[in-house]
Write a protein that binds this ligand. Structure first.
Ligand SMILES: O=c1nc[nH]c2c1ncn2[C@H]1C[C@H](O)[C@@H](COP(=O)(O)OP(=O)(O)OP(=O)(O)O)O1
Ligand SMILES: [Mg+2]
Length: 237
């Protein structure tokens, strides 16, 4: 039986980043079952995001290995700004803001970059706007004048215990690959720029591979492994 102290209860906070209005907190459905003993005995770490696909992947990654710590996922709508600068600074500031919104609760946030080597790392943290405005074809065209189509996906989490005077702790994971003309599996809607990112060593884009494969090699998976290790230690001490 798993010791309650080694269990971490993770809830997620659903943030609308598409409006400037702060939305009324609203808990959505709990998607991952968790033993009731764990619910009562462990602190809740709230993952704050406005992106349903991130939320789904985080949930799938954390629950993929049943021998690992059990997690419960719930969601809540709040609002957070899009920030600019260095990825670590962005995610730290995002975390400080989220902690403020959450009345100093245990808080986890994430920021994702897509970095083109030919463009010295850009669009990087600005990929959201580039993808939104230019789409998959426009992102490909940005590299039309370069032989180097290599890129990397970077995921950076920041975690805060919410205690006054503490700084968020940052965990990063990157997956190398290249930018290709869009290809996705016929089933369902692809997540963001997945159709144009082909990870190194694979002949499929993120959007063509099954979710288990993406979730075992992705930038998010690598960063989340570090988050999980940290939280497991923090709550078992
Ligand atoms: O694995 C991914 N595969 C494909 N696309 C992805 C992935 N992960 C994030 N994305 C997209 C979402 C957003 O267009 C941009 C990151 O922006 P980013 O600010 O981190 O995300 P967001 O604003 O959607 O959610 P959040 O509220 O957590 O900030 O890249
Ligand atoms: Mg964002």
């Amino acid at each position: 039986m798993t010791s309650p102290r080694s269990q971490v209860l993770l809830s997620t906070c659903f943030v609308s980043s598409f409006t400037s209005k702060v939305l009324t907190p609203k808990y959505l459905s709990s998607t991952i079952p968790c033993p009731s003993s764990a619910r009562m005995s462990v602190p809740a770490v709230t993952f704050v995001t406005g992106n349903k696909n991130k939320l789904r992947e985080v949930s799938q990654i954390l629950n993929a290995d049943s021998s690992q710590t059990p997690f419960t996922i719930t969601s809540q709508k709040v609002d957070l700004p899009e920030l600019q600068g260095d990825p670590d600074d962005i995610v730290r500031e995002k975390c400080r803001i989220a902690v403020g919104e959450r009345s100093r609760a245990l808080t986890l946030v994430e920021d994702t970059c897509l970095c083109f080597n030919a463009l010295k790392g850009l669009p990087g943290p600005y990929i959201k706007w580039f993808w939104d405005r230019l789409g998959h074809d426009g992102l490909n065209q940005m590299l039309a004048g370069f032989d180097d189509k290599s890129a990397y996906a970077l995921c950076t989490f920041a975690y805060s215990s919410g205690k006054a005077g503490t700084e968020p702790i940052v965990f990063s994971g990157a997956t190398e690959g290249k930018i290709v003309p869009p290809r996705h599996s016929p089933n369902g809607k692809a997540f963001g720029w997945d159709p144009i990112f082909e990870p190194a060593g694979f002949d499929q884009t993120f959007a063509e591979m099954d979710k288990e494969t993406k979730n075992s090699i992705s930038h998010r998976f690598k960063a989340l492994a570090k988050v999980r290790e940290h939280l497991t230690k923090e709550f078992s001490d």
